[in-house]
Write a protein that binds this ligand. Structure first.
Ligand SMILES: [Zn+2]
Length: 195
């Protein structure tokens, strides 16, 4: 458990330092299995991911009860609903990474590039806007993620899920790089070639 909590802190630092989250935005969690039922460890509300300590990470059971001190992220229900729907998911990373979120605020979709695994659909899936922190967002996101590993939240950000927190993090980094490449391509294609 201690190791996993340390991993949450390391992943928080890494995605902050890479610019995938800024200020006090973004939240990540990992699932724990126990004999008395699953629970999650999640980053706290109103704290920057840049500077978390072990005691800041909040343990929450599947009924939403905090098992430790501190207040979990305002998106805790979104995380819980996804874990409930997807038994295979062990880690969730939610960011507002700038390029991918730029696409989320536009009418353009992010193409799936090589590196996501098998390309079954040409674009990343998305769901329509719901207010952050609401049950509506938790419901729509958990339904939208169905058999996806990435979900774009329109006018909001990105969710990446995987069978480990590390993989979810790598996916979040990859999605942002993909969106950046696509943005640069759009820009270059939009200017006249004067050479
Ligand atoms: Zn958010």
């Amino acid at each position: 458990m201690k190791k996993k909590i340390k991993e949450i802190i390391d992943v928080s630092n890494e995605i902050y330092n890479k610019g995938l989250v800024s200020g006090k935005a973004g939240n990540i969690s990992a699932r724990f299995k126990s004999e008395t039922g699953d629970f999650i460890a999640i980053t706290p509300t109103l704290k920057s991911l840049s500077d978390l300590k072990e005691e800041d990470i909040v343990l929450v059971d599947f009924d939403g009860n905090s098992l430790t001190k501190g207040k979990p992220s305002s998106e805790v229900n979104m995380h819980l609903e996804i874990y409930k729907k997807r038994d295979d998911v062990k880690g969730i990373v939610h960011t507002h990474s700038p390029y991918a979120t730029g696409f989320a605020f536009s009418s353009k979709k992010i193409k799936r590039y090589e590196g996501f695994g098998e390309i079954k659909k040409p674009y990343l899936s998305s769901i329509e806007y719901e207010k952050p922190g609401t049950d509506e967002l938790a419901k729509k996101a958990s339904e939208g993620i169905a058999d996806e590993d990435v979900l774009i939240l329109k006018n909001h950000g990105v969710i990446c899920v995987s069978d480990s927190l590390k993989e979810a993090k790598l996916l979040a980094i990859f999605v942002e790089e993909t969106a950046k490449t696509q943005f640069v391509t759009y820009m270059l294609n939009s200017v006249e070639d004067n050479i």
